[in-house]
Design a protein around this ligand. Structure first.
Ligand code: OFO
Length: 179
């Protein structure tokens, strides 16, 4: 069982995860337009990860007898200056998501809602990984400093990122494949 306040906060987090998915889909499209197919693929994998994050919340709310209310998703930006600009914005965005997860965790602790606290632990760990990945790519892009050959090499590398989250949620998150 979750409180109404926690239910509302988790609904808002679904919205944030879905906005993240929209943002990375937009970056994927922009990368395609720049001829960076590997970057486009990386961001599309990230899109799927974010939808998975949203669906885990969706399922958790149901498991606790709560109600999912879907909120409007804001329009993400469509134009970016460069690959570095996209990843700088990705990191900044993930930092706001981390703060949001931390606030949810604070609420779970305040409400002595141990089930939600344990559920949210997964997201805390996930955010560490997301920020680390973004920081690594930003470092590489800074080293490359706009050099086309370097950018092509990184593009090839990012294109190798596997999609390892479920994408079919019709039978639930756990039935959808590997995490
Ligand atoms: Fe859901 O981790 Fe990014 O936003």
């Amino acid at each position: 069982m979750i409180s109404d306040k926690m239910n509302a906060a988790l609904n808002e987090q679904i919205n944030k995860e879905m906005y993240s998915a929209f943002l990375y889909m937009s970056m994927s499209s922009h990368s395609n337009g720049m001829g960076l197919k590997g970057f486009a693929s990386w961001f599309m994998v990230q899109y799927h990860e974010e939808m998975f994050h949203a669906m885990k919340l969706y399922e958790y709310i149901h498991s606790q007898g709560g109600q999912v209310t879907l909120l409007p998703i804001a329009q993400p930006p469509a134009e970016f200056d460069s690959a570095l600009d996209m990843f700088t914005k990705t990191l900044a965005h993930e930092q706001t998501v981390t703060q949001s997860i931390n606030h949810l965790m604070d609420l779970a602790i305040e409400e002595k809602d141990h089930a939600t606290r344990i559920f949210l632990q997964w997201y805390v760990t996930e955010q560490v990984e997301e920020e680390e990945n973004d920081n690594e790519i930003i470092d590489q892009l800074r080293l490359i400093d706009g050099n086309p050959q370097g950018l092509m090499m990184l593009d090839r590398e990012l294109g190798q990122r596997p999609a390892n989250v479920p994408v079919d949620f019709s039978k639930g998150v756990a039935a959808g494949g590997e995490e």
